[in-house]
Ligand binder design. Sequence first.
Ligand code: PGA
Length: 276
Amino acid sequence: MRKKLVVGNWKLHGSLLDNQSLINQLKQDLHDLNWVDAAVCLPYVYLFQAQQLLQDSPIAWGAQNVSQFTEGAYTSCISAKMVAEFGCTYTIVGHSERRALKLESNQIASKRLLHALHAGLTPIFCVGETLDERDGGMAEMIVKNQMLNVVYGLDDEAFALAKKFNMVIAYEPVWAIGTGEHATPEQAQRMHAFIRYMVSERDPEFAQQVRILYGGSMSPANAQSLLSMPDIDGGLIGRAALVAEDFVQICRIAEQCHQQKNTPKEPSRSAPVTWA
Ligand code: PGA
C-alpha cells in the first residue's frame, strides 16, 4: 500500500518570522502523523531555517528546484548537492511555473531531475497540460511527452536511483494551479492512471510503488474527493500550504483516505480506459 504524501509548495512566499510561526504550528499539529508523509518545499534561503526547526520532527523539507549544472560559472544557480547539504529530502523539478517562464524545457527538467537523483534527493517531477492543450484534446499527449523524459530519458543507472530514492510524479494541470478551479476527481484519476501505466511500461513493479501527487487548487474542501481516488497518492499544495490549518486538514484527510483504502487494488490495470 502506497503511503500518502502531502507536500507544501511555498513558492515565493515567506519571511523568517512568518516561517517560524507556520512551521511551529505544523510541528505541533502534525507530530502524530502515521499514514501520511508531510513535507514543505521552501525558497532556498529558508532551507537552513527549515532544517533547524524541522530536524526533530516527522515533517520533511525540500527545495523548489535545483540547477541543471553541478558547479561552475553559473551566477545565481543552486545545485542539488548544495540543497542536499541542508538536509532536504525532496526537490520539486519541472514545475509549470518554471516551464512557463521558458527557463525549463523538458530537456532541462530532465537534467535537473538527474542531478537531484545523483545528490540523493527525491525529485517531485511535475507534469501537466495547459487549458488550451486540454481543450484541444491534447492533454494526454502533452503529459506523455513530459513523462517520456522520466520513463525513457533516464538510463538504467539513473532509473535505479529513481527507484532507490522513491521518485515522485506530480500531475498538475496548469489551468488548475492557483485558480481555485481544481480538476474533477475523475479527470485527475484518469491522468494519474495514465501516468502509472506509462511508468509500468518501463518497470511494472515501480509503477505500483511510485507516488503520484495531484496539484492544482487542492484545499480542505476538495481533498477528500481527490485523495479517495485509487491512483492519487497525495497532493502538491500551493496556496493552502500557507495556512497552517488548511495544510494540517489536508494531511488529516489524506490519513483518513489512506485508512479507507485498506483493500489493496491494482487500479491502473483494472481502469476501464484504453490508451492509444
Ligand atoms: P495551488 O498550487 O495549490 O496554489 O494551485 C499548486 C502548485 O503549484 O504546486
